[in-house]
Design a protein around this ligand. Structure first.
Ligand code: C5P
Length: 403
């Protein structure tokens, strides 16, 4: 954040108090904050508080001639690397979506070409109202980054989606948006739909036992999150894992390969599909009741049935996304086998990782990965890096390919 400037627009909601903590976090990381307070916002926090925390003048009125002489409202927004509207109330987002400019905050939001992030906070009914849904969709189409609110108890006593995310989470999103040069990343995948599969599938043997592959789901979840950050509308079809849904991603939970196949089909059409899931190759004829030990006078016989290959099926379907990417976990001849898989499965890219030996064990369930990206043009081998970075790099490459 060193030397980066955030213009923080504070709307009128009880969550405004959390923006005070956000200022502290940005300052602590070396960033600067200029605050613009709406009339509503000033009912919840005072200009004095914000001035003390930001150590800068706080702007409240469009008609403050002294400020206009010193720093016009247009310049105020253009000096910033990123504008953060936090909390973004239903009213403020409605005005932004409609292009209304009737106070300092809305005027500078209309007068700027600086990237804007809105952090909504409101009552659950207001968040779910058709008008707010429409406004959020419109803002996203316009390129505004609208974060997803948290779910939980609300100041008004109700429970649901609409809570402002914790300041640390908002700060994390701001950091992500600012690349190393401090310029806010573009949203090259805005308007694109991506389908990602992740995690293992569980194939029941009976109500208490199942067949599965080893997969934590981390790489697939990171890819879904990275695509969403670049503006894509992401559907994540997930097997049973214990991971938090990345912000802004629509998650569909499934258990078996057949359910995953149906959920992927349901999510289409898509511009890109990245199938990261470790789908079980076989399923068993599942017993409706628990098989008792020694029941069949010995060990039970499992008759395995081959599961559909979702990736291969998708590549042949008339709903095939323009860009189809498979993953491959191999223990030997990693690149050779992956190249063969590219042809066999009919996908455009294969991302291959080596899961042999102790290194492989650290890939499965670990936080790092070292991958080879195989395309018709050749092989690119990436250095070992955190799965989050693999995801970001891959998402950027996808954005280039779809541009
Ligand atoms: O054949 P293998 O499992 O090694 O292929 C891995 C790739 O194929 C991954 O992208 C995985 O998600 C996908 N796959 C699939 N359906 C299966 C098996 C694998 O989509 N039944």
């Amino acid at each position: 954040m060193n030397g980066k400037r955030i213009l923080l627009v504070i709307g009128g909601g009880i969550a405004a108090y959390k923006s005070c903590e956000l200022i502290r976090l940005i300052r602590k990381a070396g960033g600067a904050v200029s605050c613009v307070l709406t009339d509503g916002g000033a009912q919840f926090v005072t200009p004095m508080t914000l001035a003390a925390l930001s150590e800068e003048q706080v702007y409240t009125s469009l008609w403050d001639l002294k400020n206009e002489a010193e720093m016009g409202h247009i310049q105020l927004s253009r000096e910033a690397d990123l504008i953060v509207v936090c909390p973004a109330t239903a009213d403020l987002m409605a005005k932004m979506a409609a292009g209304i400019a009737d106070d300092l905050a809305t005027t500078l939001l209309l007068a700027t070409d600086t990237p804007v992030m809105a952090v909504p906070a409101m009552n659950v009914r207001m968040w779910e109202h058709a008008a707010t849904r429409r406004n959020v969709e419109r803002l996203r189409e316009d390129g505004v980054i609208v974060l997803h609110p948290d779910e939980g108890p609300m100041a008004c006593g109700e429970y649901g989606e609409g809570r402002l995310p914790e300041p640390e989470a908002v700060f994390g999103e701001i950091e992500h948006l600012l690349d190393s040069n401090g310029a806010a990343q573009a949203r090259p995948l805005a308007g694109k739909h991506a389908v990602v599969t992740a995690g293992p599938t569980h194939e029941p043997i009976d109500p208490v036992r199942y067949i599965a592959n080893r997969s934590s789901g981390q790489q697939g979840y990171a890819i879904a999150g990275a695509l969403a950050r670049l503006g894509a509308d992401v559907t994540l079809v997930s097997g049973p894992v214990s991971l938090e849904t990345p912000r802004g991603v629509k998650r569909v939970d499934i258990e078996t390969a057949l359910e995953m196949e149906a959920a992927v089909d349901e999510a289409l059409p898509a511009d890109v599909a990245i199938l990261v899931a470790a789908v079980a190759d076989w399923r068993a004829e599942s017993s409706p009741r628990k098989i008792k030990k020694g029941e069949a006078g010995g060990t039970p016989q499992l008759d395995l049935i081959e599961n559909p290959d979702i990736l291969a099926g998708l590549s042949r379907s008339d709903k095939r996304p323009g860009l189809l990417i498979g993953f491959a976990a191999e223990t030997d001849k990693v690149v050779g086998y992956a190249k063969a898989k590219l042809d066999r499965k009919g996908c455009d890219w294969i991302v291959a990782n080596d899961v042999s030996g102790p290194k492989g064990q650290s890939v499965m369930g670990g936080s790092e990965n070292s991958v080879h990206v195989i395309t018709a043009d050749g092989v690119e081998s990436w250095a070992q890096m955190p799965k989050r970075d693999v995801a970001r790099k891959l998402a950027e490459r996808i954005a280039d390919a779809l541009a």
